[in-house]
Design a protein around this ligand. Structure first.
Ligand SMILES: [Zn+2]
Length: 643
């Protein structure tokens, strides 16, 4: 362990004053460098070899998965979805499972259920009606609590005989539910026969090495934590509907006419955005070859954490593609589907395409991991919702909102869909990245749009307040929505930005690359992220993670004093590592700005010294640059009296 010391810096001349001399002057606080807060269940994962202290998956890492075969029919007139599924669930764990959990998400609409926010009273109905359920061919009596119990949105099935390690079981379920028109929560009937269907089938809850069975209920706020599974899905709709979904459409040649297929091929190989069809072509029946009363759309996807689909009879469909891997020439199909009433979605395919290119080559500099990404416009204002290969977006009112929304939802393709993070416990592991990854993209695209500044402003509103949660608080335990937003989006978005500042671009990108390489298709924990970044940096980064992720720590740097030798002592009153920017105005009218990255706090010290030019007399000192958060600016200025 290193002795504590002060960092002293001067940007322009790199003059460092003696550390020993500084030590004699100031009191020093040091942090332990290893993380003392590793929970016992995580330590157990390290000792049993499913995880490792270097941040790599351990030699005994395992995860379970399923193969879903689903047939569903959507009835637009009655807004009803009816489905049946066969799920083969594989137990790769070393444990014998006595119970499984089926998540019944539509139960969020069930009368009497708990919810994160109130619904329109008309939306409250019967939830998901399970018509039939069997395990390995044996019917389950849902009225018998010995075989099944139902909580808010979870259905616990108590197995007759345990599911042994290495074995699989087969679930058969038949169900129906009402697709809400009045309170679409992340999915629904958006009116005018426009549907986005997500959270819609009985889904196997994750069983993992940390908690065993995931029992967190879906109340509206916390979202994904899914296994990587295979989907074979056939959805049936009236013959005038088009269906877009996760995965690839297997029967496209039976469904679309030749002209549409030709346009699709063109979009798949070219950079240009082209209309696959217009709403008018769709309405006039010029899109589909099939003239059946109903059509079945057959989609398949492998190794994905979820499956969603969209349907409409009168949408516009624009598409393009983008090469995401110059070594292999792999292209991603990028498309947008939207109603005539849209304000900005005519530019959505272009905006989406630009974000995919940015992610693939600049940040996180990893080829976009899915074969397509489809942006659905639900026509509502604000917000959006991600799912693998499909995003359910509002209708942004201007270009910067459009670019911001699509880039954010597309960023989720990496976190949490490619990296199977647990959003129910650690929402900052995906929302924070979705906030941060698009910062430079938006800055390049809209220089006048202060996206980063909005994040800083939101941070300052909550930092230091009574209801501020720290990031390591489990997300599903936070019921206050503004506190949740801060925890999931605002604070982690800034934390990632300052982690980059601390490490420098090249180490940050290398660490991010290593983290993705190690954990894509798996379930990383916060500790796997901390450990991987520390591993790549070559030393513990706990000095950073402690304050930013565990807290409490406030953004409050202040000017403590000026010495006779023009040493400006900057105190970290709030304890949060932040960049230090100091501007000195001298009595001769000249000014100099001294700046240092977040790394200046890496020894855990409480103060740093800025050595200003000793040959001049200082008139005024200003700390900060207006971009660095600071919740107490009363100590950011020092004016020197005339002598
Ligand atoms: Zn998000």
């Amino acid at each position: 362990m290193k002795p504590p010391f002060y960092n002293c810096f001067k940007m322009k001349k790199s003059v460092f004053i003696s550390l020993l001399a500084a030590l004699t002057v100031f009191s020093v606080r040091s942090y332990p460098q290893a993380n003392p807060f590793i929970p016992l269940n995580v330590k157990k994962a390290n000792s049993s070899g499913t995880r490792s202290v270097s941040g790599m998956p351990g030699p005994n890492y395992w995860q379970n998965h399923s193969k879903y075969t689903i047939r569903a029919e959507l009835f637009p007139d009655s807004s009803k979805l009816k489905g049946r599924e066969e799920v083969v669930y594989f137990n790769e764990s070393p444990d014998s499972l006595k119970n499984i959990v089926l998540r019944l998400y539509p139960d969020i609409y069930k009368k009497g259920n708990a919810r994160s926010w109130p619904l329109n009273p008309n939306a409250v109905r019967e939830g998901m009606v399970i018509e039939k359920l069997s395990i390995n061919g044996e019917d389950i009596d849902l009225a018998n609590r010995k075989s099944a119990t139902r909580s808010a949105t979870n259905l616990y099935v108590h197995l007759n005989s345990p599911l042994l390690p290495g074995d699989s079981l087969e679930v058969h379920a038949e169900w129906h539910f009402h697709v809400s028109e009045t309170s679409p929560v992340r999915m629904g009937n958006y009116g005018d026969n426009h549907f986005f269907i997500a959270y819609w089938y009985p889904q196997m809850a994750v069983y993992d090495d940390i908690d065993g069975l995931d029992k967190v209920e879906y109340l509206g706020t916390v979202e994904f934590y899914n296994d990587f599974s295979d989907y074979n899905v056939i959805v049936t709709l009236p013959g005038n509907y088009i269906v877009w979904a996760t995965g690839s459409l297997n029967n496209r040649k039976e469904l679309f006419n030749r002209q549409i297929l030709k346009r699709l091929e063109k979009a798949k190989t070219g950079d240009e955005v082209i209309p696959i069809f217009t709403s008018e072509e769709s309405r006039k029946g010029k899109v589909l070859k099939s003239k059946e009363v109903k059509n079945s759309w057959h989609y398949t996807a492998t190794g994905v954490p979820d499956f969603t689909f969209a349907a409409a009879p009168d949408f516009n469909w624009d598409a393009s593609s983008v090469m995401v891997d110059s070594a292999t020439g792999r292209r991603v199909f990028v498309d947008a589907i939207y109603p005539d009433s849209t304000r900005t979605f005519a530019d959505a395919a272009k905006a989406s395409r630009e974000s995919i290119e940015y992610f693939s080559y600049q940040m996180p500099k990893w080829a976009f991991p899915y074969p397509h990404i489809t942006a659905f416009c639900n026509g509502r204002q604000g917000g959006g919702m991600e799912s693998p290969m499909m995003t359910n977006d509002g209708d942004p009112s201007n270009s910067r909102w459009l670019y911001g929304l699509l880039a954010h939802e597309n960023a989720h393709s990496y976190f949490p869909f490619y990296m199977g993070t647990n959003e129910r416990k650690y929402a900052w592991m995906d929302e924070g990245w979705a906030v941060y990854l698009i910062t430079d993209f938006l800055k390049e695209k809209f220089p006048d749009y202060d996206y980063a500044g909005r994040g800083v402003h939101s941070f300052e509103q909550m930092n230091g307040q009574e209801k501020e949660p720290n990031l390591m608080t489990l997300s599903y335990t936070i019921s206050d929505y503004s506190a949740y937003r801060y925890h999931a989006y605002t604070r982690p978005g800034l934390a990632y930005a300052y982690l980059r500042d601390a490490l420098g671009d090249s180490i940050f990108l290398k660490a991010l690359d290593t983290y993705i390489a190690r954990w894509h298709g798996k379930h990383p924990l916060p500790y796997d992220f901390f450990n991987t970044f520390s591993y790549v940096e070559g030393r513990p980064l706990f000095w950073f993670f402690k304050s930013w992720f565990y807290g409490p720590a406030r953004a409050d740097l202040g000017i403590k004093k000026l010495t006779m030798n023009n040493e400006i002592v900057i105190e970290n009153y709030g304890g949060l590592p932040l960049p230090v920017v100091v501007t000195c105005t001298f009595k001769d009218g000249t000014t100099e700005t001294y700046s240092q990255s977040v790394a200046v706090w890496s020894s855990g010290q409480q103060a740093v010294i800025v050595q200003a030019d000793q040959s001049k007399k200082i008139k005024e000192i200003v700390l900060g640059d207006g971009k660095i958060p600071d919740i107490n600016t009363t100590n950011n200025e020092m004016k020197l009296n005339e002598e």
